[in-house]
Ligand binder design. Structure first.
Ligand code: BGC
Length: 760
């Protein structure tokens, strides 16, 4: 009995098995604070800093320390019948406030593609498409709408702090968390995250950007050492954070598990203090990834402000260090100040969340719109697509559990599936909650088969599970068109074994396409995959993890109710041999020469999920050449380039003029030359002078433009000076290299018909 209780507690605390919570986790009461009294800091006309200072004057040392850490690992696993834990929506993301002074509790949830902490409350949350799909829409206004959905749903459940968005660069496309990130370019990722978080902040949620920094693979994430130059970091990985923070005013930055050039990210004075707090002028607080704090004095003095979810470093040990003068009181006050000023700045003190019903229909609408804009049409031979609902006679729908649902990504960002996992996992996999948390593929209940049947009422639509290629091929042979749904499960804490589709799906597609060349492959993947069958199929649609309205969006795209407009936020390589690191680097096998280190964070079993093993290095020698910059510089042909995506219409570019200045203005015209309306994502790249030592080009601007058939629009896009500068390691500063630049404009990183040289 005790054992069952204990297991339940673990599962509920960690949001382990989404369906399980809905049924078994306690319906948390809405833990609102009592009516606030008037305090000196209640005066809203004072600045957040002044208000924070007034609170600090009243705090005891214990209260200060308490604001700087979670409840501790024990609390996560053991039932608590009294004390602050009883107020927690999820003890996993909870910091008690100071009730006597009306300083609120911090109630945190992950929110990368929906409010995933909702599962712990047994509450409904919209399962949005993956972050990669959001990025593929290249649509800052849509990102703002997404942030609004997230903000409202968080507030409705009582959360006042979000743990998203993620802007790590895709340096390792086999990273299991690629689906949580926003692609391989810092301008794209930073801009979109910035808008999403700005919207959440406007709804009085404390927002967070993660995982800072260079946490670009999850295999061995707590023992990996990312080796990288300062310039490469500043111009790509850290730049994405810089842009997101500037645009959103986010209140928190989550430091990552890994080491950067030998020093843990959560105790790294260069990244935390010199860059983030000094150069970026970040006024909020640094929060450790869960179990990512490895020291007390070192971390506090390097710039970490809050330890989560434990108290091993910033609980009693921090108090002791302050009393011994190892962490000066000034620094402690700075840590507390950062937390409190962020609470005032985000508005969580003045406007705490109130219980509300979620606006399910609005969530659906935004989820569907995101997928419709983010899915990328990669191939369409002979205009097989869009399918004609009126004339099509027979369709074979094959594989990917398309009869019941769509794939979603696993780990802390996993949104609890409404109605439970559409594909119940084998019971053996559920035995160990720690592994099942990551390994179980969760399907959202949005069945493509059903929507395709509805779209094509005159067609015979038949389903084959795709487990036997011969049977699937037989069905394809007798059908006019075959649509294969191919899935690749990815999750936090486990990188992909390879970029190939798993479970014999390449053979399945090959067999189906051989039987019927009118084969369309719909990919549900976290990121790039290899396509050995590409020449044999007529159509490919990358739908990423498409969310709760995934099948409606996919069907709208396949049948032409919506014209595809998404463009790749990351390169699809031809082969893993072309990657900067053809072989994925993981921790070495433990032996006498490679002992498993003892770490402060990530105790015991949790450590396994963190990828504990002997320490190892990953050399990011490609430096500045992330993603498309690598393939450009190395002149490696790719399967599909960054920025690529087809439409059912065509666009023409003309009339480029460039006015250089403090902000360079790039003006050009885009025309829809086809017969149907569509949205084009116009991209601007800059090539810097040779002496800058840069990859051939970098993205410096983009815009999404809606065009009716035959319509032209002139766009004028400002490119700020910052987009053209380089980071000079010698002087530790940014500089504009004098010389000849070329600005290039077009519809993908490899289709840039307009170009104009300029000089600075
Ligand atoms: C993940 C973070 C997440 C945290 C809390 C960690 O395992 O790396 O992204 O915010 O858990 O759920």
């Amino acid at each position: 009995m005790m054992k069952v209780k204990f297991a339940k507690r673990i599962a509920c605390s960690l949001a382990l098995i989404p369906a399980f919570f809905v049924l078994t986790c306690a319906q948390a009461q809405f833990p609102g604070m009592s009516q606030p009294r008037h305090h000196p800091w209640s005066d809203k006309s004072l600045s957040p800093d002044a208000r924070a200072d007034l609170v600090i004057q009243e705090l005891t040392l214990d209260e200060k320390i308490q604001l700087l850490h979670g409840l501790g690992w024990q609390t996560l696993f053991m039932p608590q019948d009294s004390g602050p834990a009883t107020r927690a929506i999820s003890t996993l993301g909870f910091i008690p406030g100071v009730p006597r002074l009306d300083i609120p509790d911090l109630q945190m949830t992950d929110s990368v593609e929906g409010v995933s902490g909702a599962g712990t409350k047994g509450r409904y949350a919209t399962a949005l498409p993956s972050a990669e799909a959001m990025a593929a829409a290249w649509d800052p206004a849509l990102s703002y709408e997404i942030g609004t959905v997230l903000g409202h749903e968080m507030r409705a459940m009582g959360f006042n702090m979000s743990l998203g968005s993620g802007v790590n660069m895709i340096r390792e496309p086999r990273n299991g968390r690629t689906f949580e990130y926003k692609g391989e370019d810092p301008l794209l990722a930073g801009t979109l995250a910035g808008q999403e978080l700005k919207a959440e902040k406007a709804l009085h949620i404390i927002t967070d950007v993660k995982h800072y920094a260079v946490n670009d693979q999850d295999a061995g994430r707590i023992v990996v050492n990312s080796i990288i130059s300062k310039r490469a970091m500043r111009e790509s990985d850290l730049l994405a954070f810089q842009i997101a923070l500037k645009d959103s005013g986010a209140g928190a930055v989550m430091c990552s598990y890994n080491r950067i050039n030998g020093i843990y990210a959560c105790e790294n004075p260069y990244t935390l203090t010199d860059v983030l707090k000094h150069d970026f002028d970040f006024k909020g607080f640094v929060i450790s990834d869960w179990g990512g704090t490895q020291s007390t004095v070192k971390a506090a003095m390097a710039g970490l402000d809050v330890e989560m979810p434990g108290n091993d470093s910033f609980g009693a040990p921090l108090k002791k260090a302050v009393e011994a003068g190892e962490v000066p009181l000034e620094r402690l006050n700075d840590m507390v100040h950062r937390v409190l000023r962020t609470e005032f700045d985000a508005g969580i003190v003045d406007d705490p969340p109130q219980p509300e019903s979620p606006n399910v229909m609005h969530g659906f609408e935004v989820a569907q719109k995101t997928e419709e804009r983010g899915a990328v049409l990669l191939k369409n031979v002979g205009n097989l697509l869009p399918l004609s609902a009126a004339s099509i006679k027979s369709i074979a729908v094959i594989g990917g559990h398309a009869d019941v649902g769509v794939m979603s990504g696993g780990g802390s960002s996993q949104v609890s599936p409404a109605g439970g996992n559409a594909v119940p996992p084998p019971p053996e996999l559920l035995k160990n909650p720690f592994t099942s948390f990551f390994e179980v593929a969760v399907y959202q209940r949005s069945a493509p088969l059903k929507v395709i049947e509805e779209k094509a009422p005159h067609a015979v639509v038949q389903f084959d599970p795709g487990t036997d290629p011969a049977s699937a091929a037989a069905l394809a042979k007798k059908s006019q068109v075959a649509i294969v749904f191919a899935v690749q499960h990815a999750s936090e804490a486990m990188d992909l074994k390879s970029l190939s589709l798993p479970d014999n799906q390449d053979a399945l597609i090959e067999a189906v396409a051989t039987a019927n060349p009118h084969t369309i492959v719909v990919l549900e993947t976290g990121g790039a995959v290899l396509m050995p069958w590409l020449d044999k199929v007529d159509g490919v649609l990358e739908s990423w993890y498409p969310g709760i309205r995934g099948s409606q969006a996919i069907a709208n795209l396949l049948f032409g109710d919506v014209n595809p407009s998404g463009k790749l936020p990351l390169t699809f390589p031809k082969s893993e041999a072309d990657l900067p690191r053809p072989l994925h680097t993981g921790p070495p096998t433990a032996d006498a020469d490679h002992p498993v280190p003892k770490l402060v964070g990530a105790p015991g079993l949790i450590g396994m999920a963190m990828g504990i093993g002997p320490f190892f290095d990953v050399h990011y020698d490609e430096g500045l050449k992330v993603g498309y910059k690598w393939y450009d510089a190395e002149q490696k042909p790719v399967l599909f380039p960054f920025g690529f995506g087809l439409s059912y219409t065509n666009y023409a570019y003309s009339g480029l003029s460039v006015k250089p200045g403090d902000s360079t203005t790039v003006t050009f015209t885009v025309k829809n030359t086809g017969k149907i309306a569509g949205s084009e994502i116009a991209q601007i790249y800059a090539s810097l002078p040779d002496s800058a030592g840069e990859p051939p080009k970098r993205l410096v601007g983009f815009a999404r433009v809606e065009l009716k058939p035959g319509e032209s629009k002139q766009l004028s896009i400002p490119v700020s000076r910052d987009r053209l500068t380089i980071y000079d390691e010698a002087t530790e500063s940014w500089k504009l290299v004098p010389g000849a630049y070329v600005l290039r404009v077009g519809g993908s990183s490899q289709n840039l018909p307009l170009q104009q040289p300029i000089s600075f």
